[in-house]
Design a protein. Structure first.
Lengths: 292, 344
């Protein structure tokens, strides 16, 4: 710090620095260092006994051109995309109606959205196994309503993975959309209607752009965990629903090839950062536009 | 991970070493969980006036990683046969003094042959397990003792195989009449195509949930380990264990004395003690795995000894194999397994 700084300003800077030091240290130790290690190990050779060899190599990164990966990457992408689109499509009307509901109702509805979090994530996935069991309630109801064959199997499809992922991630889409919708000035929609816009047009051209920030947050909150999903395809997925997360687990625990697992994780991290950087760019550009 | 393991291992050893008694000798054992009858340890402590400290591991690989990371001080370790091979290649084992283990005379010669170390230079067989099939007697008809059960399209979507490349590729290799330790690419490709054909009938590849699944009737036929299935059978008597006649994989766990052991002589006594016929019999009746000890066979409860799930029939045993370490050839299996996982 240079000597011509104002003493008051200096005290403030020190205080600010101390205040940010704790979370910054936390992030540095538990996020930056591990991520850097993952990226570093991706450039190390592996040994057949599960260790990390000495020296550096590009062999591991080259081995990512495994001919079996495109199918898994494609599956991960489409399952994540469909999950995100479905969650947003379901969360939009939910968020809209919660925001428009009378105050007392609003609190109850938000509470109902959050209630699933009171139970362990894992237990809720296992509950789906009970529901979709060949002798379970859902199956029996579907057979009774003649919507399914008696020997239809509801579990262990890509469709099951999709269903449980949408179920699990839906609250993460509802909450930011609701938060944005609550701050939205609904008189703008009324004005659009007065000026002759149809309901749909008012929703599309006034409401949606008005909650854009919440919408983008919701997309990220659903898309990013989807891309790295491991436990849902592991528990309710079948022989053809393996995602990148499952491959990383296999490379780590079964093949004991840590460099390869690290290379996969690093690619996934980069893939997850891409949509985030895109959002930052979009928000930055938008801010630039609104400035005179 | 490795750092955490290393420090946790060291810390544990410090606690173990400083916490032991002063004058009595202390024997440190490193074994799988629930794999020895607790009463037998107390018996050994009384007889040899020593203390025994038991530490457990859940996979060969984690045990190996911890020793490689520098954990010292264990006197007897119980690795699977293929891991004995790896540990010996890394010079981690002490040669055994067989004059201190006279009870090796009771070892079942059929099973010594399965060991990677049949001359008993570094390891003494402890217990055996195998991986076969289990089915629901109330829901599956026309059962034949063969891996071909996995081709049954009437069970489609209600069957699982282990999510373990050596076990599952191994089952196909056995079905096709090959060795489950083959390094031959054509044989492995044939096995790959066989597993892919079975895969179309499978609900999933599963290592844990198959136990609940077969108990609840969600799955009708599963590929699993005999010890695990025996536990399910205690809950549900409709579950039946089936040994495919083409042969199965046998896992042989052994006892070794690692380099750096402090109580080498006592460790030999402990290994010898576990192969006393009456001790081996009591142990088998408790853990439900077979101790390959001919003297014990006469003492073990008939029902357990004649249970084909625990004690394989001789002709099937002849067709069964122990999974060996493949070293660099592991990469071949990983590639085949990747292709199986990716296939439609």
């Amino acid at each position: 710090m240079s000597s011509h700084d104002h003493p008051g300003a200096r005290r403030q800077t020190v205080a600010e620095w101390l205040l940010t030091a704790a979370p910054f240290t936390w992030l540095f130790i538990l996020f930056v260092i591990p991520t850097a290690l993952v990226f570093a190990i991706a450039f190390k050779p592996s040994d057949p006994w599960g260790g990390v060899g000495a020296g550096w190599t590009l062999e591991t990164v080259r081995s990512l051109r495994n001919p079996n990966y495109p199918a898994i990457i494609w599956r991960t992408l489409w399952i994540s995309a469909v999950t995100t689109v479905s969650c947003i499509a379901l969360a939009l009307p939910c968020g809209y109606y919660i925001a428009r509901a009378p105050y007392r109702w609003r609190r109850l509805l938000v509470l109902l959205t959050v209630i699933p979090f009171w139970t362990s994530f894992l237990i809720r996935i296992f509950a789906w196994k009970v529901l979709l069991h060949p002798d379970g309630y859902v199956k029996r109801a579907l057979v009774f309503l003649r919507l399914a064959d008696a020997d239809a199997i509801l579990l262990y499809h890509a469709g099951t993975v999709l269903l449980v992922m949408i179920y699990t991630l839906l609250p993460f889409a509802i909450l930011p959309i609701y938060a944005a919708a609550e701050r939205f000035d609904f008189r703008l929609v009324e004005a659009a209607r007065d000026l002759g816009a149809s309901r749909w047009r008012a929703f599309r051209q006034i409401f949606l752009p008005g909650i854009r920030r919440g919408l983008l947050t919701a997309v990220l909150m659903v898309l990013i965990p989807s891309l790295g999903m491991y436990i849902i395809p592991d528990i309710v997925g079948g022989t053809r629903s393996e995602m990148i997360g499952n491959k990383i687990a296999q490379r780590t625990f079964v093949d004991r090839n840590l460099p390869h697992a690290s290379a996969l994780s690093a690619s996934l991290t980069l893939a997850v950062m891409a949509p985030m950087l895109w959002v930052l760019y979009m928000q930055g550009r938008r801010r630039g536009e609104t400035r005179p | 991970m490795k750092w955490i393991k290393r420090w946790a291992g060291l810390l544990l050893l410090v606690v173990l070493v400083t916490g032991c008694g002063r004058d009595r000798q202390t024997l440190y054992i490193y074994n799988w969980a629930d794999y020895i009858k607790p009463g037998l340890i107390r018996e050994f402590e009384r007889e040899f006036d020593c203390r025994v400290v038991l530490d457990t591991f859940d996979s060969n690989e984690s045990m190996f990683a911890r020793l490689r990371a520098g954990a010292r001080g264990y006197d007897v370790i119980f690795p699977s046969s293929y891991m004995v091979q790896i540990m010996q290649q890394h010079n981690m084992l002490l040669p055994l003094d067989l004059s201190l283990i006279p009870n090796i005379d009771y070892l079942d010669p059929d099973y010594i042959g399965l060991s990677a170390d049949p001359t008993l230079a570094y390891s003494i067989p402890y217990m055996l397990s195998n991986a076969g099939l289990a089915y629901r007697a109330d829901l599956v008809t026309d059962v034949v003792p063969s891996w071909s059960m996995l081709s049954r399209s009437d069970l489609r979507g209600r069957m699982t195989m282990l999510d373990d490349m050596r076990e599952t590729i191994g089952a196909a290799l056995k079905y096709l009449g090959y060795s489950l330790n083959t390094r031959n690419e054509q044989e492995l490709e044939a096995a790959r195509d066989q597993v892919i054909e079975w895969k179309r009938n499978l609900a999933k590849f599963e290592n844990e949930q198959y136990k609940n699944g077969i108990a609840s009737g969600e799955f009708l036929l599963v590929h699993g380990y005999n010890g695990d299935i025996m536990q399910v059978m205690e809950e549900n008597d409709q579950v039946v264990y089936l040994i495919p006649e083409e042969g199965v994989s046998i896992a042989l766990d052994e006892m070794v004395i690692p380099q750096g052991a402090r109580q080498v002589e006592l460790a030999h006594h402990f290994i010898n003690f576990l192969h006393r016929p009456e001790v081996a019999a009591a142990n088998t009746e408790y853990v439900y795995f077979l101790a390959p000890n001919v003297g014990a066979y006469e003492l073990i409860d008939e029902e357990i000894l004649n249970d084909p799930a625990i004690n394989l029939a001789p002709e099937i045993r002849a067709r069964s194999e122990v999974i060996e370490d493949l070293g660099e050839h592991n990469a071949l299996y990983i590639r085949i397994w990747d292709q199986i996982k990716a296939a439609n």
